[in-house]
Ligand binder design. Structure first.
Ligand SMILES: [Zn+2]
Length: 95
């Protein structure tokens, strides 16, 4: 699926249609209207959506990292408790 969007030429203000999939920030093309070179820009909502996607990805990574870390902490705590009670049952009755 290819979604197209358009931006305005910085020189003449003419609409330039381009594919969102092929968009790279800072891409400079020759304007089809005036022939001058102009940088492609994503419309605000698309740029926002792209940043939002990256932000959500980062947040998910952080949440996953925290979840994994706390999972291991609880696992460690559980193992410690098991080790403690094992030590108690072994050492506690000997006295
Ligand atoms: Zn132009």
């Amino acid at each position: 699926m290819s979604s197209e969007t358009k931006c305005k030429c910085r020189r003449c203000g003419g609409h330039i249609i381009f594919s969102v999939e092929n968009f790279k920030s800072g891409t400079v093309i020759a304007c089809p209207h005036c022939g001058e070179k102009t940088a492609l820009e994503l419309p605000f909502h698309l740029e926002y959506a792209m940043h939002l996607r990256i932000a959500i990805g980062v947040v998910l990574l952080i949440v996953a990292a925290i979840a994994i870390q706390s999972h291991f902490k609880t696992l460690d705590a559980a193992l410690d408790k098991t080790a403690d009670s094992a030590a108690q049952s072994f050492g506690g009755h000997g006295k």
